[in-house]
Design a protein around this ligand. Sequence first.
Ligand SMILES: [Zn+2]
Length: 73
Amino acid sequence: MNFQRTCLKCSLKLKKNELNRFVCTSGEIVFDKNQLLSGRGYYICNNCLKLLDTVWLENRIKGIAKRSRKKEL
Ligand SMILES: [Zn+2]
């Protein structure tokens, strides 16, 4: 199965294997090169990856993680 995922930065929808996956584990943003890590994945397309600001990515992912935690409560 190939679910479409949305690039976090430009909102482009692509297949999972055409995107770069990042995972947030214990507050750290990890590049999931083989897309095998567990946890919620965040996707960035190849175009955005070239210009990627890691601080922006970190803040963006942490912001989303914070919001989804609140929703669960
Ligand atoms: Zn993008």
